[in-house]
Design a protein around this ligand. Sequence first.
Ligand code: HAM
Length: 474
Amino acid sequence: MAQKMKKGVVRDSKKKTTKKTDVSKVSVTKKTAVKKTPVANVSQEEVLLQALRGMRDILPDEQPYWERVRKVLSHAAQEYGFQRIDTPLVEFVHLFTRSIGNQTDIVEKEMYTFQTRGGDKVALRPEFTAGIARAFIEHGMGVLPKPVKLFSVGPVYRYDRPQEGRYREFWQGNFDMFGESDPILDAQTIQLAYRVVQQLGLKNIEFQVNSIGVPDSRREYTKALLRYLEAQRGKLCQNCRDRLVTNPMRVLDCKEDKCIQLTTHAPQSLDYLDQESRDHFKRLLEYLDELELPYTINTRLVRGLDYYTKTVFEIWSSDKEGKKYSLGGGGRYDGLIESLGGEPTPAIGFGLGLDRIILEMKRTQVKPYQEAKPKVFLAQLGDMAKKKSLRLFSELEKNGILLAESFGRGSLKSQLRVANRLGVEVTIIVGQKEALDDTAILKDMVSGTQETVTHERLVDAVKKILKSNQLLQG
Ligand code: HAM
């Protein structure tokens, strides 16, 4: 099945002469349509049988990677005392503009916003933290024992230019802690992020940390940065010239060579920290050293969301040849809850980009999750046997025996072929005679022996064979 689906994708993409169509932007023409199915009597519009640009199906073939990531995330969440929270995919636009910042790329260019039939202005969540902060306030979680630790996993949406590792719908694993300002929490957060990437088998990972202080110290810093950048305005890319007006700190994040060179000697946020932020950062580094967690201080690290204060960090794949990805990022956001109308509540957290983590797992040949394989196959012949087999299947399954069947196939030969292909250890055969006698033939595929047992004895007999095979295999 997977093979066929892959072929379909190749065939579709060959048909296109240019980039994948951005369905949200263009009207459907013959040239861009992949396959057209008229919607009878409803409208004249045609259905494009392709996912929206920057969005994709995660097919069964890829699911074992996702399963491994989900398992590691929820295990880590449990170990560190995080509780799961699920918030809606859609929130009021203002929640995001207020939290992430009006003049950030996410809010200015990347949000999927729309008006509901009731007139509410809403947006698909471009990240988790704003929605979680809203839920924290709405449900009065400030009274819970601190820190309140919340974990989420799910899709988020950003209307960015798609490319490998950058999607418009992508998945994040998100951890946030509320109510503690001690830098030991920052260290513990980084330790947790480190733990997750390690448990996922990822190597060559780099942790970068920085401190951007609090709004007051940042104001001083931004002034100094602006003075420096204004003096070289002509050498900046157009985007960065715009950023001088909207968000000068983002110039430090620009990927253009000329801007990178120009900002190498720009003032650094660490030199403008207030005393408290400076002590906080110093203690964080001491804790990281104590934990022997490898990190580098990246003085250019500013992050793309405005809510951060003090500590910021990012997790990077550090492959020398391949493309470098930011696999996750986070930091402290001590002012967010108060700015949304809650009680002053310090907080810290991070989000992992799961699509990128999976790309990195594949690139470095990390094994995906292996489903337990069935060791038993149940074959049947004739109508009566089929009925009885259905009951036997549920009986065996209830007793913890993982088994496969091929009830849709009539011929015993073709069923046994399936059993062989699966490499099972035991095949149970219920023929017409066995169906009448309430018995079944048990074939031990390892030793080649077979016996007939009654339905009452079946579960025990199967377990016995599996156990002796296990002993044989050591
Ligand atoms: P962020 O750095 O914007 O942080 O996103 C976290 C991660 O999501 C990135 O490091 C990257 O791996 C992944 N990511 C971002 N954009 C894309 C994309 N277009 N396609 C694929 N992956 C992408 C946040 O979202 C913060 N809310 C994290 C946080 C939680 N801070 C505190 N708590």
